[in-house]
Design a protein around this ligand. Structure first.
Ligand code: NAP
Ligand code: GDD
Length: 360
């Protein structure tokens, strides 16, 4: 039975990857860090699975990595998905982001070298954020691929670049089978609630549920919707009695373009990279790009709201000191060499997330 270690198993991708590897009959060691609250919500369904084991370790603490790897020195595949992964947060906590997102990767690679774990294959979660402001251009299109130069725009992206170069160094310098997936944004119902896609779909779900609860409570009244500066107000059409209100959705920059795919599709790409004889770096993306406004269009359309402008407030607190304006990947290498392709369309992804947030 093949054995894999997943650093960051409690995160969105870690939980999807654990599902995939368990399906493939791996023994999975899922690594979580110590927390005062339960962080296993996304992997709760794996608890009790005979091939799944949870281990405690923090990637900023080398001794805890060494201890873990010594205990599992027969490991076949190591996936580093652990990170302080929020770009906006990285501007307020740059040093911490560096320690986790940048140095954490080095800590794992050097521990592998120190322990002589050269049989194990390593995956690093690199990011399209590394391209930052840069893209390549033909007459008809703008895109990023494996050859595009990095021009990072945040402490997070700079830490990811450092980790990415570290992977190449340990591959070439120490002969480790280390690959980096340059993944473009990927989302789904397990996405953290402060990333823009989930923030939108969660708001839509909560708003519709709230509206239904007002309708249920005031079944005999004709209800009118009024838009105030910060809130959506429900009142009785005839008496103007206040029946309830809901805060508007507060967002930052709506003009940025992102290449959004489904996380469940992307973890397949990670696994495929480690099945190759030769380690390498691959872009994983859909090849399509959409603005946040387009995401809003589709999300609100799912609940039959055609114009979302009255429901959204643009709030300067969500603007970043530096922005990544345009991300659109080119996935030919992953298609050709790995046989990977995305299976979920943009519209299917948004609908999947809205449907989930309407139910929960
Ligand atoms: P996520 O949901 O934020 O998960 C991050 C994981 O890292 C969580 O399990 C978190 O644990 C863990 N972690 C944080 N600090 C740690 C530490 N010091 N030691 C051990 N574990 C730690 O991120 P994701 O969306 O699944 O992304 C997975 C990886 O891919 C990240 O490295 C991210 O930067 C990268 N990436 C993501 C995307 C995307 O669009 N999702 C695109 C490109 C690259 P807690 O649960 O305790 O917080
Ligand atoms: N989070 C957030 N919240 N973003 C907002 C908001 C808001 O209220 N309003 C507008 N945005 C804009 C951001 O300014 C950015 O341009 C875009 O929405 C996407 O933001 P996020 O969803 O936070 O994702 P990200 O692109 O910054 O980073 C994600 O993708 C990277 C890959 O490109 C993260 O998952 C990173 O970990 C990942 O590496």
């Amino acid at each position: 039975m093949r054995k894999a270690i997943i650093f960051g198993v409690t995160g969105q991708d870690g939980s999807h990857l654990a599902d995939l590897l368990l399906e493939k009959q791996y023994k999975v060691i899922g690594v979580a860090r110590r927390s005062s609250v339960d962080t296993t919500e996304r992997i709760i369904h794996t608890s009790g699975h005979p091939n799944f084991m949870l281990a405690l370790c923090d990637i900023t603490d080398v001794s805890s990595i060494l201890q873990l790897l010594k205990e599992h020195d027969d490991v076949d595949e190591i996936y580093n998905l652990a990170a302080q992964s929020h770009v906006a947060v990285s501007f307020n906590q740059p040093g911490y982001t560096w320690d986790v997102t940048g140095k954490g990767c080095l800590n794992i690679l050097q521990s592998m070298v120190d322990l002589g774990l050269t049989q194990a294959r390593f995956y690093q979660a690199s990011s399209s954020e590394m391209f930052g402001k840069n893209y390549d251009e033909t007459e008809s299109e703008k895109y990023q691929n494996e050859e595009t130069k990095f021009l990072p725009q945040s402490p997070y992206a700079i830490a990811k670049c450092a980790a990415h170069y570290m992977v190449r160094l340990y591959r070439e310098g120490y002969g480790i089978h280390a690959s980096a997936g340059i993944l473009f944004n990927h989302e789904g119902p397990r996405r953290g609630e402060s990333f823009v896609t989930r923030k939108i779909t969660k708001w839509v779900g909560d708003f519709i549920k709230y509206k239904k609860s007002v309708r249920k409570e005031y079944t005999l009244k004709v209800i009118e919707t009024k838009f105030e500066e910060d809130r959506i107000v429900f009142e009785c059409a005839s008496t103007k009695e206040h029946l309830g209100s809901f805060p508007k959705l507060r967002l930052g920059n709506l003009e940025a373009f992102r290449d959004w795919g489904y996380a469940g599709d992307y973890v397949r790409g990670m696994w495929m990279m480690l099945q190759q004889d030769i380690p390498d770096d691959y872009v994983i993306c859909t090849g399509e790009t959409h603005t946040i406004k387009e995401f809003l269009d589709v999300a609100f359309n799912c609940v039959d709201i055609e114009d979302w402008s009255n429901f959204v407030v643009q709030d300067p607190q969500y603007y970043r000191p530096a922005e990544v304006d345009y991300l659109r990947g080119y996935n030919e290498k992953a298609k050709e060499k790995l046989g990977w392709r995305p299976e979920t369309s943009f519209e299917e992804l948004v609908k999947m997330m809205v449907d989930h947030d309407l139910k929960t």
